[in-house]
Design a protein around this ligand. Sequence first.
Ligand code: FES
Length: 139
Amino acid sequence: MSYGSFTDKAIDHFKFPRNVGKLDDFNGEGYAGDPECGDYIKIYIKVDNNIIVDIGFLVFGCVGAIATSSITTELVKGKTLEEALNISDMDVIESLGGLPENKIHCSLLGPSGLKSAIKNYYDKISDLKKCLIENKVNF
Ligand code: FES
């Protein structure tokens, strides 16, 4: 198989993606897809004390989608939610040492899925607080 002009690092993340799979005990999950090509990612995060302590992903997509999703999980594991929200598609591209011009858009998949998972986590926390308040539980 030819990998065109992907960097060695991108090919390594494609062949040996990190943090693959659904977490058993996630507390945030997100999705993102590219309607143009049909590629799709699901991301699971485990947040503890505002830190992403674990992350997993499932992806259906191209070499670029797999490599950028994998590096996204490495970039945010151990980071605060605020730091993770600041990870951009350019950070993903730079971390892989670049992407072929026609694969630049693939770098959006990981950060978009991650933002969706963090939003889901915040929504759950908000629902929990609402429930505690409605039930007059002090916290
Ligand atoms: S071709 Fe769609 S994300 Fe790569």
